[in-house]
Design a protein around this ligand. Structure first.
Ligand code: AMP
Length: 300
């Protein structure tokens, strides 16, 4: 099984109560790929500039992630700057420079053509839609977005939502997209726009799965120290979708386990700045933390 993912591959400058890091490797597709690569094969579609070199490429290669769909072009890579000084659960964006993404025409390598799963990570919905349309035969499509696109690119985003099976967004974005402050009502309204399954992330408080008429809540691991929450949402999505892609049959029980694996990967992402923790992670650590999640919620 293989997931193709399109999204940002970026440099991030991040400030949290634990400190500041300048231009570390980031991007929604980067975090997603690293997390999903522990469960299944991952293929990336993105564009980077001349500032993206062998050292950054090696981060993907170390996890066997297919980077043939990362186009190298003249200019600078996507750049994002944000902080979490007031609210550790929600980034305050200080700067977004699309750079090479502004003129990006996604090209899908032939070798990606047999991917059964497609993830439209956070990026301009126009690009998400182009990739969705170029891969009509995939079995399951999931996607993410953020306030930036909900506010100013709504029409394009609504087109993307029509083609999604699963949408993963945070609670503020769910309410913003629906124009409704009640989470359940907002979730229903968002699902009416396309996705039959909605995963609403609540930062340090876990995530809620709306699957048809059913609702399931999974916890987040209470962490002693959150160093940097950047990429936690994308890592959640990578764990969630990666786990689903690795199942022989995608049952309602598989969705519930996927919610836990999402939480597991999101919690690891927070433990170090940028992708540092994801790069050093091992499968036994993931399994041990999954068991911790079970203990956290089990009654017997
Ligand atoms: P999250 O998992 O929500 O913390 O995602 C953080 C990542 O999203 C960072 O690594 C950023 O590079 C990336 N990002 C921030 N803003 C945007 C945007 N407007 N479009 C695409 N990616 C973004």
């Amino acid at each position: 099984m293989a997931i193709t993912v399109v999204g940002s591959v970026a440099y991030d400058t991040i400030e949290t109560p634990a400190g500041r890091r300048e231009r570390c490797l980031g991007g929604a597709a980067t975090y997603f790929s690293l997390a999903a690569s522990f469960f299944t094969n991952v293929r990336v579609i993105a564009v980077v500039g001349e500032d993206f070199g062998k050292r950054q490429e090696a981060v993907f290669q170390a996890r066997n992630i297919d980077t043939r769909g990362i186009e190298h072009t003249a200019g600078k890579s996507f750049f994002w700057e944000g902080s979490y000084l007031e609210n550790i659960n929600e980034a305050k964006t200080h700067n977004t420079e699309l750079n090479v993404f502004a003129a990006f025409e996604p090209k899908i390598p032939e070798a990606y053509g047999d991917s059964e799963f497609l993830f439209l990570a956070n990026i301009d919905p126009v690009l998400q839609r182009r990739v969705r349309e170029a891969m009509p035969d995939v079995k399951l499509v999931a996607g993410d977005t953020m306030n930036y696109w909900i506010k100013d690119h709504r029409a394009a985003l609504l087109e993307v939502l029509k083609g999604l099976d699963i949408l993963l967004i945070n609670d503020t974005e769910t309410k913003m997209l629906a124009g409704n402050n009640n989470l359940v009502q907002a979730a229903r309204a968002v699902m009416a726009l396309g996705p039959k399954t909605l995963v609403v992330k609540h930062g340090e408080y876990g995530a809620t799965l709306f699957h048809g008429a059913k609702i399931f809540r999974a916890p987040a691991l209470p962490l002693e120290e959150v160093i940097d929450p950047t990429g936690a949402g994308d890592s959640f999505a990578g764990g969630f979708f990666g786990y689903l892609a690795a199942q022989r049959e995608i049952t309602p029980a598989a969705y519930r386990s996927a919610m836990f694996y999402g939480g597991v990967m999101g919690s690891f992402a927070c433990e170090r700045f940028g992708t540092e923790r994801m790069q050093k992670l091992t499968r036994p650590e993931i399994d041990a933390r999954f068991n911790l999640f079970r203990e956290l919620t089990h009654l017997d």
